[in-house]
Structures are given as C-alpha cells and as structure tokens.
Ligand binder design. Structure first.
Ligand code: UGA
Length: 432
C-alpha cells in the first residue's frame, strides 16, 4: 500500500518505518527542512530503541522516503496519515489543532483518487468531522473518508509497540475506509485485537486511556505517600494489588509524578472537553492538580536531605521524562531540578541520552556531567529522577568512595534497599 505520513516526530517516524518494514511504500512529509535533510542523509532526528536498524534497512531498499513536498506524497497515496503535534494551548490547555487543520487544508488540494485520511495524532472528539469539513470546502470533488486510528505507542518502546500492539482501534462509519484500514493492518490479524467503532468513540478511547493511566499513576503515588506515613512498603502493596487481574500489574510504579508529551497534555485536554460538554471529569481534574504539586514536593524533599550543608553538591541522575528516551518535554525530572535550583546553586546533572535536550531547557542554571561518576564526585546527595537501567547497576562502593556524603534519594525506587544500606548509604526511596 502507498502511505503518506504527515509529521516525522515521535509518532510519525517510528510509524512510517514500521509500515515500510511491513512492505508498504511510505513517504514521510515534514515542514522542517533541517529534519528532512537529516533524514535524507540517512541520519535519525530522534532516539528510539531499535529504530536505527529498521530505518537504515528501509531507506536502503527504497521503502521509505522523506520530503518537504506534500503534493508528491499525497497525490500518490492510498492512505494519508496525520501524525502532527497537538500541543496544549498555552492558556486554555485545550489541544491546539492549528497544525492538524493546516495539514488538512494543504493535503486537501492534492487528493487524487479515493484516499483514506487517517488521524494518528491525538485529537479531541469531533476533530474528524472538522477535518472532513475542511477538506470538502477546499476540494469539493475529493473522494475520501476521514478515519480515526489512535496511536498507543510509548516513547522509548515505539518500535516494540508498533509490532506488538495491545489493540488496533479503527474509528469510521465508512465501510470502504474500514476495508482499506483492515488491509493495511492485515499483518496484525491473529496477533492482536481489532476494535471497529464510530469515529467519535475512537477519538475518545485514546484520551480516556491516557487519562486512566495517569490516574492510576496518581493513585499509586498517593498510596506511596500513605505507606511512608503508615509503615507499609509500596512495592509490596503494589505487588499485592497487581495480582488482581482486574487491577493489573502495570503502571503501579510510584515515582516523582507522570510527565512527557502525552499524559500532561491529554489529561488537560480531556478535562477541558469535559467542561466543554458539561460533563465534569473530577477524577482527572484532581489528578492533574496533584501531579503538579507532587513535583514541587519532590524537589523540596531533596533540598531537605542536604539541609545540614545547604551549599553541598546535588548529583542528579536522569533528566528525560522516563527511561529509554531523550525526550525532556514535561519531564518531572526537569521540573524537580527547577524547583531545586530555587534553593541550590550546586547542582550537577547527568542523563545517558537527554543532555542536549535538557541543556536547551535548563541552560546554565546547573552544571553538566558526562558520566554517573562525574556527577557524583564530591556530591552530598545523589538523586535518581529517571528510570535508566544503567542506574540500577551503579557500582555503589565506588560511588561512595568519591561522594562527599553517602546519601541517596531514589525517586524511582531503582536501587535495592538492602544493597544500598549494606554499602553504607543513607537511603530514601518512594513509599517505603
Ligand atoms: C503514553 C502512553 O503510555 C501510550 O500508550 C500513548 O500512546 C502515549 O502516551 C501517547 O499518547 O502518545 P508515553 O508518554 O511514551 O506513553 O509514556 P509512558 O510510558 O506511558 O509514561 C508516562 C509517564 O508516566 C512517565 O513520566 C513515566 O515515568 C510515568 N510512569 C509510568 C510512572 O510514574 N509510573 C508508572 O508505573 C508508569
């Protein structure tokens, strides 16, 4: 099948590479000339585990191409996928649909023959109707259908998730469009569940899922706070809860609060939609407020840990919003560092992948280290903010020998408490 994918970000690029690997002819379009140049030089514009090999392979065999030219990509496509950003509006926090509508306006001119316009971007309920209207107004002869095909990829696992989805949701009332989408997703038949629903249901499923996961994290974080006061251990509590298949084991890891480019944006947009439709989503509203407060609280927890020597060095391990990605958008780690910067001028940060992105946000408010050891040398406290596997295997005795004071604040519960205590550290996890 011939695919045009509009937008080469964390969704568009792995999706394009995935469909190319499945044998489709994919053309990825972006407005940013630098990105297209880089991709055409055979270099990636973002880090995703497992992406590089598949990208190279499919570029070499001509299955994926990159262009600034929307016309050439769209006029030959059977399916045009919209994978542009829907960032939060700075004031209302609603999803800002300017990029999606601009893309719809542009592609409308070039539709040639029956085409499915499939929305991968996370868009509020009713956006499919708007896209349809925009295309119809610009090109009244166009033969097309608009389908919602929400994306459930996680950053850092995008390639794994592309090939192993939990479900494929196809939202359309058009039989013809549904058949084409089923053909495109035929390699997944028998491997996962398919759900064929109305477009508005499909648009809602994506938000309802992300908001539910965010609430689950908020719940376990509150439970962790309770455990700290009551003498229970959150890891044991989460394990016991997760054994109930109705609750499930996943997303019960307490931490510094959720972040990233999706949960904060999507919970806000969903809450906003609830207000708009007069159907308040109180659980989501509370989750948003409490998750925000949590990050500031966690920053102060670290400051408290160095109160005996406020000038002492704070070594921060982890800046990305979670392990396995270089993405720092809405990263709890960044917010926590910002909170600490208000109280300390002696912060040194390290992340295995996210240094460039973090530097663009934190500037010269902190110092930057090029290894775990470099960050921890002469530090009074080591703080773990992102769950990178490297941090789990820290050589505790070696690190202790170079720190000024053996103290760890582990906001991701990465380290084994017994090992850390045996190595002679003072240790604080979350919910213990
Ligand atoms: C999330 C969803 O998991 C994907 O299904 C969805 O496709 C994606 O948003 C999207 O809308 O595009 P992602 O933002 O990549 O994926 O990250 P997650 O792995 O879901 O983690 C989000 C945040 O929750 C991170 O800050 C993470 O550290 C935190 N988290 C996650 C916890 O604090 N505890 C957990 O148990 C799990």
């Amino acid at each position: 099948m011939r695919l045009a994918i509009i937008g080469t970000g964390y969704v568009g690029l792995p999706t394009g590479v995935g469909f190319a690997e499945l044998g489709n002819d994919v053309v990825c379009v972006d407005k940013i000339a630098d990105k297209i140049e880089t991709l055409n030089r055979g270099e990636l514009t973002l880090f995703e585990d497992g992406l590089e090999d598949l990208f190279r392979k499919n570029v070499e065999r001509g299955k994926i191409k990159f262009t600034l030219d929307m016309q050439s990509a769209v006029c030959n496509a059977d399916v045009v996928m919209l994978a542009v950003g829907t960032p939060p509006h700075p004031i209302t926090k609603e999803a800002d649909l300017q990029y999606i509508y601009a893309a719809a306006k542009e592609l409308a001119q070039y539709l040639d023959g029956y085409t499915v316009v499939a929305t991968k971007s996370t868009v509020p309920v009713g956006t499919g109707d708007e896209i349809e209207k925009i295309i119809r107004e610009i090109n009244c002869d166009a033969d097309f259908d608009v389908v919602s095909i929400p994306e459930f990829l996680r950053e850092g696992f995008a390639i794994h998730d592309f090939f192993n989805p939990d479900r494929i949701v196809i939202g359309t009332n058009s039989e013809r469009a549904r058949e084409i989408m089923l053909q495109l997703y035929a390699p997944f038949v028998g491997k996962t569940s398919f759900l064929l629903v109305k477009r508005r249901s499909s648009e809602t499923i994506k938000y309802a899922s992300n908001a539910f996961l965010a609430m689950k994290i908020h719940y376990i974080n509150e439970m962790a706070d309770f455990c700290e006061k009551s003498g229970a251990d959150i890891l044991e509590v989460a394990e016991g809860m997760g054994m109930d298949s109705r609750i499930g084991k996943k997303f019960l890891n307490p931490g510094p609060g959720y972040g990233g480019s999706c949960f904060p944006k999507d919970t806000n947009a969903m809450a906003q939609m609830g207000r708009k439709y007069g159907a308040p989503l109180n659980l989501i509203e509370t989750t948003i407020a409490k998750n925000g407060e949590r990050k500031a609280k966690m920053g102060l927890r670290v400051i408290e840990a160095i109160k005996s020597n406020p000038e002492g060095k704070i070594a921060v391990l982890g800046l990305a919003f979670k392990g396995g990605t270089d993405d720092c958008r809405e990263s709890p780690a960044i917010d926590i560092v910002r909170e600490m910067v208000k109280h300390s001028h002696n912060i040194c940060v390290y992340d295995p992948k996210a240094m460039v992105n973090a530097k663009a946000i934190l500037g010269d408010s902190v110092k930057y280290a090029n290894s775990i050891e470099d960050a921890c040398r002469t530090a009074d406290v080591m703080v773990i903010l992102t769950e990178w596997e490297d941090f789990r295997h820290i050589d505790l005795l070696k690190i202790k020998s170079i720190m000024a004071k053996p103290e760890i604040v582990d906001l991701r519960n990465m380290l084994n408490v017994d090992d850390v205590v045996k190595a002679g550290f003072e240790y604080q996890g979350v919910g213990k």
